[in-house]
Ligand binder design. Structure first.
Ligand SMILES: NC(=O)c1ccc[n+]([C@@H]2O[C@H](COP(=O)([O-])OP(=O)(O)OC[C@H]3O[C@@H](n4cnc5c(N)ncnc54)[C@H](OP(=O)(O)O)[C@@H]3O)[C@@H](O)[C@H]2O)c1
Length: 263
């Protein structure tokens, strides 16, 4: 589908990647419905882009229902909101596990469940899920994040096959480390030499490409990270072991410390 003239619901619009996606889709001529929790940021985005805004907490199922009802007819869903559920499993409370699953996985599934039937009825529409390279390869102290992002990949591919003949496209996006804005950039973590990044604009362009050309999956990472993700799919244990030699344990500890406040 061409985004121009289409009504797009974007979650996580107040975040680093969401803001770039909102700007890109506005430039493409889409009509935006933006969501997030922070009402002040949503108001600023509404002013900047002319979008409709709806504040909602996706960890609260009744708020997800309220968002769906308020959004009205939607041609394209971009389920982008997410929390960086990093850290040792033992460091989590059961409530924090629920919140991570609700925001990163339940909300995208429930939004797709609610919005897809009208797309099928119109014979046209698109659904984009924001996974991560963490949806293709696992790292230490990231079990809950890996669980939600791997799950989104499976959900996206299966739903794509299910809706293929009904005119509705489904895509998943897999960003690696994104510089300048967003949950990785905010940590200030310095990556080992040779590990590259991409920009929020690269992610936004990938979303538009996925919608326009109905791409199943789009990676947004330098070739080294994409190769490692590919290898992970073939031989995960080998990649985990070689990661240890390259110092993933030390970096995982930094992510755990610096993202803990977002649980
Ligand atoms: N940045 C990266 O390097 C990177 C890499 C791979 C994948 N990703 C994925 O890309 C997506 C966007 O990440 P980002 O980097 O833009 O992160 P971010 O800057 O932390 O933004 C996260 C967004 O999710 C929203 N959100 C969080 N908890 C929510 C809740 N309970 N209810 C409703 N909305 C909630 C936030 O809204 P409020 O703050 O207003 O609540 C915000 O808009 C995520 O799914 C993330 O996993 C990011």
């Amino acid at each position: 589908v061409k985004p121009a003239g289409q009504r797009v619901l974007l979650t996580g619009a107040t975040g680093g990647l969401g803001a770039a996606i909102a700007r890109r889709l506005t430039a493409e001529g889409a009509e935006l419905v933006l969501s997030g929790r922070r009402a002040d940021m949503l108001a600023a985005l509404a002013e900047e882009t002319g979008a409709t805004v709806i504040a909602a907490d996706l960890s609260d199922p009744s708020d997800v229902d309220r968002l769906i009802a308020a959004a009205g007819e939607i041609d394209i869903l971009v389920a982008n909101a997410g929390i960086p559920a990093t850290g040792r499993l033992a460091a989590y409370t059961a409530d924090q596990i629920d919140r991570a699953l609700d925001v990163n996985l339940r909300a995208p599934i429930v939004l797709a469940h609610a919005l897809a039937p009208a797309m099928v009825a119109r014979g046209r529409g698109h659904i984009v899920f924001m996974s991560s390279i963490a949806g293709k390869s696992a790292t230490p102290r990231s079990s809950i994040y890996n669980a939600t992002k791997f799950a989104l990949r499976g959900f996206s591919l299966a739903l794509r096959a299910e809706l293929r003949s009904q005119g509705v496209g489904v895509s998943a996006i897999f960003p690696g480390f994104i510089r300048d804005a967003g949950m990785f950039a905010e940590t200030g973590i310095k990556l080992p030499p040779g590990v590259g990044t991409k920009s929020p604009e690269h992610v936004a362009r990938a979303v538009v490409r996925a919608i326009r050309h109905n791409r199943a999956e789009v990676d947004v990472a330098p070739v080294g990270i994409r190769f490692s993700a590919l290898l992970s799919g073939l031989t995960p244990e080998l990649v985990l072991q070689s990661g240890r030699l390259l110092g993933t344990d030390r970096i995982a500890g930094k992510f755990e410390d610096r993202q803990a406040h977002k649980r």
